[in-house]
Structure formats: C-alpha cells, structure tokens
Design a protein around this ligand. Sequence first.
Ligand code: ATP
Ligand code: MN
Length: 520
Amino acid sequence: MRQVLCQNKGNIYVQNGCRAGAGNSFLSLSLRTSTIIKQSFTMFNRRTRISEILKMEPAEQQVTVMGWVRTFRNNQFIALNDGSTNHNLQVVLELGKFDEELLKRMTTSASLKVSGTLVASLGKGQKMDLKAEHVEVLGDSDPEKYPLQPKKHSLEFLREIAHLRFRTNTFGSVFRIRHSLAFAVHQFFNDKGFIYLHTPIITSSDAEGAGEMFRVSTLPLINPPLTEEGSIDFTQDFFGRATNLTVSGQLEGELGATAFGDIYTFGPTFRAENSNTARHLAEFWMIEPEMAFYDLEDNADLAEAFIQYIIRYVMERNAEDLEFLRMRLLDEEKQKPQNERSELDLIEKLRFVVENKFERITYTEAIDILLQSPAYKKKKFQYEVKWGMDMQSEHERYLVEKHFKKPVIVTNYPKDIKSFYMRMNDDGKTVAAMDILAPGIGEIVGGSQREERLDRLTGRMDEMGVSQDELWWYLDTRRFGTVPHAGFGLGFERMVQFVTGMGNIRDVIAFPRTPKSAEF
Ligand code: ATP
Ligand code: MN
C-alpha cells in the first residue's frame, strides 16, 4: 500500500493515507505506525529526506526539508539538494510572498530549512514541487567566495577542494555507492557466519614484506637515543621496540581463523610506496577474509562469490547513482579516441561481471598467452615477458581487457615473486597464490592458500630472511593444531573504482593520502 507523509499538530508521520476516518483496523495500524515514526524525529531534525519525498505522490502533503541550495533562478525556483540523492527538490517561492532581503540570501550552497506543501509540478523535469510556506536560512554562503560554482569542474580541481566536493553530483554518487559497498561487505560475511576481527593498526612485525612501512615513533627526530653501534635505540621508544603502521592484517587474521574458522578484517592499511599511480594510495582500506579448512579453489570460489555479491547489492540499491555515473563515463569517454573507448558501458560491465564466471588460469598459462599474443609479437609490451617475471600492469591489462575481456583469476605463481607464507606446490617451483585481475583496474585481489606445514614454512622463512624469532606467535598456529587454510585481500578503493568507473583512486576515497599530499 502506498504510504504518504502526514502532518498533524506539527508532528509528521507516515501512514497509508492522511484522512483518519477509515475503519478501525486501519486506525489502529496508522496509530501504531505514527507512534514509531514520531519517536524517530528529534526536536530540530524534523525533516524528510529528498530521496523519500521523490518516491511519494504530490498529494498536498506538508513536509519540511533541509539542505543546500544548488541554484536559484527567476527569484522563484530553488534547486535544493540534501545529499540523499542527486535529484534536487524544486522549491517554489511564490512571487511577492517573501522578503527581498531573504531572497538575496538564496545563494549557491546556502543551507535552508523549508516547510511547505508538495504539489504536482507545472514545470518539466520534475514530478513535484515544494510550494514554500516557510523558509529559513540556516547558514549563508557568500557567492563571491564559494569555490564550487554550479558548472562543470575538472576532477583535478575538485581534489583541491576535497572538503566541498561531496556537494557535487559525481562525488555524491561515488560516496553513496562506497557506503553501500562497505555495508554489503559486512552483510556478505555476516550471512556466511564469519567473525569480524579488528586487527591492530600499529604493528611491530616488519617481516611481512607487503610493502614499505610508515614508522610509528615518539622518539625525538633530532638527536634520538642511539645504541652502542650507533643505530636508533628503539628500546627507548614508546612501545619499547620499533613499530609501524600495518600493511596488512593477514598474519593476525590467520590467528583468528585458526580459532573461529572463518574471519574477515575490514580496516585501514598503509604503504609508504612512492608510486604515483592511479591505483595506489598510501592509506587505503582492505578487506581480508581468512578461512580455516579452505584450499586455493575454495578461496577463489569465495572471492568470486563475494565480488559478485557486493556488485549486485549496489546494482539493486544504487541504480540511480550508477545511472548517473554511467552517463558521466560515456561523456568522459567521448574525449578518447574510438579504439580506447570501452565496449560495454558501466552498467553493462557490472552486469557482465555478476552474470559470468570469472576466467581461471595458471600463471604458466598466462605467460603462454602473453608470449603468443599479437601485442608481444609486435613488441608492444614495454617489459620483457618470461616465466618467473612479476607481471606488469600492461600484461595484466592485456589479459583481462584484450584477451579474456572479463575478470581473471591467475593461480600458482613462481615462489620467488610471492610471500613466504604461501603454500608450496608439489612442483617445488610455484606456490598456491591467486590474484584476481579486473578490467580497467588490474590487481583487485591478492590471496593464497597458506603454508600450514611448520617445516616448510620455517624453511621458506630462512630462505627469504624472515625472522622466526619475531614471528614466534605466528608459527605457534602451525605448532598447535595446524590446518589447511587460505585467505585473500581485496583493496576496497580498487573495488569502488571498478564499480563507479572512476579512473583515479584519489576520487573514490574521501581524503586521499598520496606522496606529498595529506591535506584535510
Ligand atoms: P599492486 O601490485 O597493485 O601494488 P600488491 O601486490 O602490492 O598490489 P597486495 O599486497 O596483494 O597488493 O594487497 C592486496 C590488495 O590490496 C591488492 O590486490 C590491491 O587491491 C590492494 N592494494 C595494494 N596496494 C594498494 C595501494 N597502495 N593502494 C590501494 N590499494 C592497494
Ligand atoms: Mn604493491
């Protein structure tokens, strides 16, 4: 049944029609509904979101909205936005009804509280207007100084005013989708019975080798205490040892998995890598599930189901925002030469990913495909292709964008280019690793089956110069009831990039941290 907003003695409530003269059963239902709704309105914030209003029928309801002016024209029409949707609500000010002084304050980004009646719109482009009865300026905005004028701005410029860019349609859509993705991550794992484990952000293990680390220290920068050998004496530091910001929660995640069975982490990770690319941040969010009693294939199955689930969730919840971003991307791609444009638009691409199985190949097969490729034969690759190499982004992109045209799970990499904890395969040359490569992004997931055999693990640590002493706690999981287990890490921002079609990772995190940049 259609629900409408009603107002009675200043209280707004939702019910199935505004006249209370219907039969008893209806009355009791509406009373119950109205009580619940009333409680959820606070004294000041008695407002209805524009996203909710736009779903209603303009049946002369009274509503109060609050938001920011996008535009004001003809001294009469305000396009009001409250961040719940990219659609503005058109507020109509009857000519002559409002003070000249008040009208002058209807500038871009001024914040307003407007009460009035929803009526069918006379204009094109919107279903309904809010006929204003009461308008209050909550905060003025000086049009001479406001940096975000209502016109098209470059993404680069908007990065410089990241504190205001949420107020644009593009970033409105991106961050509503980012929220939905984060919510879907928790929903997926919760439904599967995983435990959300909070792993530490400050760590003392520098053995992992996932990337360069940021040091955490309270020692003075000038004249720090030194050891007899002349190096910095971290025993005098805050934690009594050298500490860093975490590059991954995996090792601690494995401790959780070998007790709870299935865990996941979802938290910030830090890498002091000086790579200025469109897919690397110094601070990014990572999701790391870790599962006991899983082999590599189980791991790949889970990763695939997970990615499809969170994309499907957004396709259902954020259809409007995706449509906006689809159009934005089409527009952006018009600047590119024909052969560089995508064959599928954003929504077609997402639909393709949720409806089709990911391709699965081994690293060795991937190298063969590259060696047989026209690109290789025409010497189009900048980097050499040979078995044993770490695939470069150009190779990954060739595989997913040109050859398979879909996400690809590459498994069983040479042991020398992967971490010490990955399980050694019987060939003695490769490990049970998997990367998932996505069109336009490259690596989106990195994972593996973990080495559960203590002797193999310590052997690899010695070979790779990883200290057994430091990781004594990690090795204990292999000493006391070790089990086959596996896990992966998904870079959250790369996922948001994939779903929103944003080309630069700086545009899918609120306040990006990159080399030489930590404003806001
Ligand atoms: P890449 O080769 O792209 O640098 P990686 O091999 O260093 O990735 P992992 O250590 O396996 O990546 O990390 C797991 C996931 O975290 C990656 O698959 C990717 O999605 C994401 N990721 C890694 N580094 C970054 C970064 N600097 N910024 C954002 N996301 C990242
Ligand atoms: Mn890296």
